[in-house]
Design a protein around this ligand. Structure first.
Ligand code: PLP
Length: 400
């Protein structure tokens, strides 16, 4: 008799975006002619940069020629040409990343979830509340114990460590999804010192690092002294370069990073992750890795910046609107997400329905990211200028 992994029965019934999709579908059925503006889901709208297309075409052509055809990649960890491009990207910030520490993957979601495989099922995992739900769900599936650190208006939505709390794994996301908050170097240093003191490991999700304009803010945890003995970094080209449909990202597991056996023996996490990937992952397709290399080429970097500037102009439109309405908000300055207090103390699902009913704008209820998200709401800057401006004009009109 096949028995289920009962951890799956502990998951919340519906994924947030399924709930949202259902409410939109129900509204559309009742109001067929109404035009809805989606400012909720975090998918991008601009196409991938031309340099990525060119590099991908070259890669695809090579696959059709006997001499340049490529089958399985030897290690499944990514071709050196792409790992070198990633290492150079970090070198610009004076961070040295050896190629062997880089693992090319099919986007950050897989690895933020899969990384939990290599840690003991007795691990205590600390996440912030509100939180990107993938961290929670994948650790519940793996039977780990979750504890929460509050991220609230009082601490600028940046949870900080409490030395009285014991944990083994810590998920940090900066710029944060959903709140848009970004840790400073000093704040990250507090986390790095805490993790080193507790022999804990930080999983640092830097999926939105490319949206940081302020040069004083860290785009990588490896900008912080001491991070290589306590942190894994995950990054993605999804939002940076419109790769949500292409799928490519990378994880950095430093050689220096260790975890421990029950009897206190030291084990290399890089070797353990290599072993795990060797058994469960056969790598990213060659043309997609070529496209990713195109993103890191000089012309690719310029094109990516143009797209990010476009989204950040949307973020400014949203921020200006909320500020003019005197609504408390965060994010939007070094992040594509804007997080704001729902007006008139509505709970976040009430506000979701209110927006949909009155102005046909869809956002994401903060409550879907944890209890501290209740009474808060997330908008994204990934729509077009026209739609963003129209949505904000409707919002202004409604709230005035
Ligand atoms: N991490 C965060 C914080 C995200 O918001 C997302 C996507 O929305 C991801 C990771 C996953 O991105 P992908 O799997 O497309 O690289």
């Amino acid at each position: 008799m096949a028995k289920i992994n009962e951890n799956f029965t502990k998951l919340k019934k519906n994924y947030l975006f399924i709930d949202i999709a259902k409410r939109i579908a129900a509204y559309k059925e009742k109001n067929p002619g109404k035009e809805i503006i989606r400012m909720g889901i975090g998918d991008v709208t601009l196409p991938i940069p031309a340099a990525a297309v060119e590099f991908m075409k070259r890669g695809a052509n090579e696959m059709g020629v006997k001499e340049t055809f490529r089958g399985y990649e030897d290690t499944g960890r990514g071709y050196d040409f792409l790992k070198k491009a990633v290492a150079d990207y970090y070198a610009e910030r004076e961070i040295t990343i050896p190629l062997d520490d880089i693992f090319i993957n099919d986007g950050a979601k897989s690895d933020t979830g899969n990384i939990t495989d290599i840690f003991s099922e007795n691990s205590v995992v600390l996440v912030s509340d509100p939180v990107y739900p993938v961290y929670v769900d994948s650790n519940i599936m793996g039977g780990k114990q979750l504890i929460y650190a509050d991220a609230t208006a009082e601490n600028g939505f940046k949870a900080m460590p409490n030395y009285n709390v014991k944990c083994d794994l810590i998920y940090l996301c900066s710029p944060n999804n959903p709140t848009g908050a970004v840790y400073t170097k000093d704040e990250l240093k507090v986390w790095v010192d805490y993790a080193n003191a507790k022999k804990a490991v930080i999983i640092f999700d830097a999926a939105y690092e490319a949206f940081i304009y302020d040069k004083t803010l860290p785009r990588s945890i490896f900008e912080i002294p001491g991070a290589k003995t306590c942190a894994i970094e995950m990054c993605s080209l999804s939002k940076t370069a419109g790769f949500t449909g292409l799928r490519c990202g990378y994880t950095i597991v430093p050689e220096e990073l260790k975890a421990y056996t029950e009897d206190g023996g030291e084990v290399s996490l890089r070797d353990t992750w290599t072993r795990r990937q060797g058994s469960k992952f056969n790598g990213v397709s060659y043309p997609v890795q070529c496209a990713a290399a195109g993103v890191f080429s000089p012309e690719g970097r310029r094109q990516v910046q143009t797209n990010i500037d476009y989204y950040m102009e949307n973020a400014s439109i949203i921020l200006d609107t909320l500020r003019s309405l005197k609504i408390p908000c965060t994010g939007g300055e070094n992040s594509p997400y804007i997080w704001f207090k729902t007006p008139s103390n509505m709970d976040s699902w009430q506000f979701f329905d209110y927006l949909l009913e009155n102005i046909q704008v869809v956002g994401t209820p903060g409550e879907g990211f944890g209890k501290n998200g209740d009474g808060w709401f997330r908008l994204t800057s990934f729509n077009t200028h026209e739609n963003t401006a129209e949505a904000m004009s409707r919002l202004k009109h409604m709230l005035r």
